[in-house]
Design a protein around this ligand. Structure first.
Ligand code: ADP
Length: 656
């Protein structure tokens, strides 16, 4: 076995591969770009090497720098993970050329199967069903439209050397073909440097079902069952499970045997995945082979009990498979949820920034493959996947229940995530019934993309966090968002999705506060139980929230949902003083908007301090404090409680 392996990747997969290496007594070498200099995979490795700037093209995709790092470290093998250079036969070749062992198939097998057209031809020759289509050499529009006529519409155009859905176009009518061909060629050329296209019959509403295979250098090949990957957003997988709810034992055997035939014929070694689409009638069609470890490999590990990375390393070291086909059976059910730093409601816009809190759930049957920890930075340079939650349970219904419950314990603060979207999938009857297609999630999303409701519990948690700040704390609510009205009463103001919220709180005994929020009175106790952990008590009920406070906001984690409350700047006397006024200068205190005077806190002739609240105005269902701009004497107080005032009305005058 190797003594040292370089992992030519980052994030969760680098960490995952290192874990298998560590278990096998292999030392690990990480590589990192500038943006990743302090990343988790660097912290987990035995040693690490910088390979260049943050942009992947100059670091994780740079073959020369990768090889140099491997040589320098004295590694004897390279594991590519997935993505980046994992399916690049030239990189595999370069590793071999540098005397390093490539943990993957031979460059020849990668080339053969990486070419969608060659792979389809091989599939046909080995009796593996393929989607009807055209994969010939002639690429002129005439030939393509003739072929399209024979195939019939709708059809799918794919880039022969494509991946990640690039260059793919659905064409529904003959009239639309020419333009789609032109666009696909352009996209394919710029993305893959090859404008060769192929045509496929477009299967409406299919499932994506793939078979995991392992092949050693002795020619032994096994398959480890299937993964159903139909929950996709825009042709990108989001949730994967095994076994597929759509496969009978007979179909599993048939597809497994077909996958084994294909990789055997290709002279393939190491781990690979043979992807099929399954028509709504349950007919499988070969799509392509992924010549690497897949993101979703853990679901197969959980149902089969085998460690795929360990097998990959063994195979690469020339050892025989430790698995025979008759040792493979699928026990129970496994499901993976990919946790992305993105905002599903805003077109899956990636979200970047510091991870203020990253707390994945734990418990029986819960596995976390994470690439980050609390305090890490999510940068815009790479795929926004943070981690994978992988659940195992005795059967599909209990697996779904376990996964749903685990998502409720998943806390990520600081960046937006798809956690609520993942949770919502479990409420969809079609998902529960296992009635899936690759269109399922895109159809479901419009129903889900409503604005998130803000529960009172989250607002109470924010207020409770600020109220329990020690006075020596820099983030003293007295100084930032709140102020005294009288005695022990405090008012905290927040903004949430464009609306403002006001909470007032009066301290009682034993950490209990009388809270007024949205017109409701509640007596709640608050206790900080950790750096970002708050217990709330009301009557006999106690519940927990995570809270992280920053300069301008409070991030609340509650029951698997995350909320961000902006700290509304206290309406200070300065603001009021700066309001346009024909009547006065800094002494004039004007109503910022029309409203009702609810409280006059001082009397004419009183001496007041700077910042002291003089009047409380209620406007737009919220309270606004009007405070003294400077110390002085209250000269005029033209209004009393209950009076209606117009915007700009001078509510008080304070003379120095
Ligand atoms: P890429 O290599 O770009 O990821 P694939 O060939 O793997 O492209 O296809 C990606 C996804 O596109 C599949 O998971 C499936 O959802 C869809 N797809 C591919 N081929 C077809 C087809 N012939 N009919 C319908 N959907 C397809």
């Amino acid at each position: 076995m190797f003594s040292k392996v370089l992992i030519a990747n980052r994030g969760e997969i680098a960490v995952r591969v290192m874990q298998a290496c560590a278990e096998m007594g292999i030392r690990t070498v990480a590589v990192y770009s500038d943006a990743d200099a302090r990343a988790l995979h660097v912290r987990r490795a035995d040693e690490s090497y910088g390979i260049g700037p943050s942009v992947a093209g100059e670091s994780y995709l740079n073959v020369d720098r990768m090889i140099r790092a491997a040589r320098h470290s004295g590694a004897d093998a390279v594991h590519p993970g997935y993505g980046f250079l994992a399916e690049n036969p030239d990189f595999a070749q370069a590793c071999l050329g540098a005397g390093l062992i490539w943990v993957g198939p031979s460059p020849e097998a990668m080339r053969l199967l990486g070419d969608k057209r060659a792979a389809k031809r091989l599939a046909r020759e080995t009796g593996v069903p393929v989607v009807p289509g055209y994969d010939g050499d002639a690429q002129d529009l005439n030939t393509l439209s003739q072929q399209a006529e024979t195939l019939g519409y709708p059809l799918l155009i794919k880039a022969a050397s494509g991946g990640g859905g690039k260059g793919m176009r659905i064409v529904r009518t003959a009239e639309a073909l020419a333009e789609a061909v032109e666009g696909a060629k352009r996209e394919a050329l710029s993305a893959f440097g090859d404008e060769t296209l192929l045509l496929e019959k477009y299967i409406e509403g299919p499932r994506h079902v793939e078979i995991q295979v392992l092949a050693d250098t002795n020619g032994d090949v096994v398959h480890l069952g299937e993964r159903e990957c139909s929950v996709q957003r825009r042709h990108q997988k989001v949730m994967e499970e095994s076994p597929s709810p759509a496969l009978t034992p007979e179909l599993r055997e048939e597809m497994g045997a077909a996958a084994v035939r294909l990789v055997r014929a290709a002279g393939y070694t190491n781990a690979g995945t043979v992807e099929f689409i399954l028509s709504p009638e349950g007919e499988p069609f070969f799509m392509e082979v992924n010549t690497r470890l897949q993101v979703e490999h853990p679901v197969t590990e959980l149902v089969t009990g085998f460690d795929l990375v360990r097998e990959q390393l063994r195979i690469a070291a020339g050892m025989p498979l430790s698995i025979t086909q008759d040792q493979v059976w699928l026990w129970g059910h496994a499901l993976e949820c990919r946790v992305y730093a993105e905002d599903p409601a805003r077109g899956y816009l990636p979200s970047t920034g510091p991870l203020l809190l990253f707390e994945p759930p734990s418990g029986a049957g819960v596995r976390n493959d994470s690439g980050v920890e609390t305090g890490d930075e999510v940068t815009p340079f790479y795929d926004p996947m943070l981690a994978k939650l992988v659940i195992h349970a005795p059967d599909r219904p209990s697996c779904l229940e376990r996964a749903r419950a685990a998502l409720r314990r998943y806390t990520v603060l600081g960046v937006s995530t798809n956690l609520s979207l993942l949770a919502a999938v479990f409420d969809a009857p079609a998902f529960r019934a296992g009635d899936l297609s690759t269109e399922f999630l895109d159809q479901l999303l419009p129903e889900l993309a409503t604005t998130s409701d803000l529960p009172d519990e989250a607002v109470l948690a924010a207020a409770g966090w600020q109220l329990t700040a020690r006075t020596s704390d820099q983030r003293d609510p007295w100084r930032e968002g709140g102020w005294r009205l009288s005695g022990q009463e405090r008012v905290l103001r927040y903004t949430h999705e464009g609306t403002e919220l006001v909470v007032s709180a009066s301290e009682r005994r034993n950490t209990f506060w009388d809270m007024l929020l949205g017109g409701a009175h509640r007596r709640v106790g608050f206790e900080r139980t950790g750096n970002s952990s708050l217990l709330l008590r009301e009557g006999a009920r106690t519940w927990h929230a995570n809270v992280v406070e920053t300069m301008d906001s409070l991030h609340i984690g509650l029951g698997g949902s995350a909320y961000v409350l902006g700290k509304a700047r206290a309406l200070t006397a300065d603001d009021a003083g700066r309001a346009p006024s024909a009547l006065g200068g800094r002494e004039s205190l004007q109503a910022p908007m029309p409203g009702t005077v609810v409280k006059v806190a001082v009397r004419e002739g009183d001496e007041v301090e700077a910042g002291q609240t003089l009047i409380v105005l209620e406007a737009m269902k919220m309270e606004h404090a009007i405070a003294a701009p400077h110390a002085g004497v209250v000269a005029k107080l033209p209004y009393s409680a209950g009076d209606l005032v117009t915007a700009g009305a001078v509510l008080a005058e304070v003379r120095e």
